[in-house]
Design a protein around this ligand. Structure first.
Ligand code: BT5
Length: 271
């Protein structure tokens, strides 16, 4: 099928599956692009309506946090970004990570049951202790209203990973032995996320924090936490999530509230 016809068919199939009021109503679908987050940020600054979706089959510069790369073989996974303009104070923006991770985890759970899906704070989704999804939320304040881009990468039907990440990456296919319908999964995620996003404010946040905590990996376990942007590790116990979405981390100095950092088990050090 020629490229335009393929893209047209994918967009039509996605629109058919979508049950949302606004999320994903405007779509830019790429066979290949640099990064859906980059494309979404440019589109947001040009005035894209809230809820607009950028999706790609392949990214040449897919990225994670702090300049790390997001690897994905073409046309096997989900790579997408959403444009949001949340009415949240800057100190509560991490609640967006909470509802995004929760929506994705719950939608993946529908496909992988009985295998449990866990969230590794703040933004990784784990199956059998390996990462099947990462979330990258970026905010720009270059226009009057802050633009938030929520980028999500899910390993859906990829059967193998590069040597550098194969010990810690997995896919829905590898864990369930079944191929999943990518666009159906996307439609489910968007429906849940829209529902949570509409309901989210500082008063309802505890409901989401509670749900998130129930799916939190390493809760009440001793782990190493890498401090944001450093190579320093500290040992402590994860005690839960604060009202604004921060990690409650107990060390021998007491209970701390951490807004950024990376939870790392000894065998899973990110580079
Ligand atoms: C993340 O970063 O996990 C956020 C990933 C977000 C990717 C999406 S794809 C659509 C949108 N457009 C983009 O350009 N990005 C978003 P972080 O927590 O920093 O994790 C990155 C690390 O995960 C890498 O350094 C690798 O170790 C590992 N990694 C890379 N690709 C992976 C994959 N496919 N599955 C599991 N782990 C991976």
């Amino acid at each position: 099928m020629i490229k335009e016809a393929y893209v047209h068919a994918q967009v039509a199939q996605l629109k058919e599956a979508l049950r949302t009021d606004f999320l994903g109503h405007e779509i830019r679908y790429f066979k290949q692009t640099d990064s859906t987050n980059t494309q979404a940020m440019t589109w947001a600054e040009e005035g894209a309506p809230e809820g607009s979706l950028v999706i790609a089959e392949h990214q040449t510069q897919g990225r994670g946090r702090q300049g790390r790369a997001w690897e994905s073989k073409g046309s096997q996974n989900l790579l997408f970004s959403l444009i949001l303009r949340p009415n949240l104070s800057p100190s509560h923006l991490s609640l967006l990570t909470i509802i995004t991770s929760l929506s994705v985890a719950e939608a993946i759970q529908e496909v992988t049951t009985p295998l449990p899906v866990l969230i590794k704070w703040p933004n990784d989704i784990l199956l059998n202790q390996k990462k099947c999804c990462g979330v990258l939320i970026e905010t720009a304040h270059s226009t009057a209203q802050p633009q938030v881009v929520v980028g999500i990468g899910i390993n859906v039907n990829q059967a193998s990973f590069s040597e550098g990440i194969s010990h810690k990456a997995t896919s829905l296919l590898l864990e369930t032995g079944r191929h999943a319908d990518r666009l159906q999964l996307l439609a489910r995620i968007l429906l849940r996320l829209e529902h949570y996003y509409k309901a989210l404010d500082e008063e309802t946040a505890p409901i989401f924090i509670d749900k998130y905590t129930q799916t939190l990996a390493y809760l009440n376990e001793s782990i190493n936490l890498r401090q944001h942007g450093t190579e320093n590790f500290r040992q402590g116990i994860i005690r839960g999530i604060s009202a604004s979405g921060a990690l409650l981390f107990e060390t021998n100095q007491g209970l701390e509230t951490l807004h950024a950092g990376e939870v790392t088990t000894n065998d899973q050090i990110d580079h």
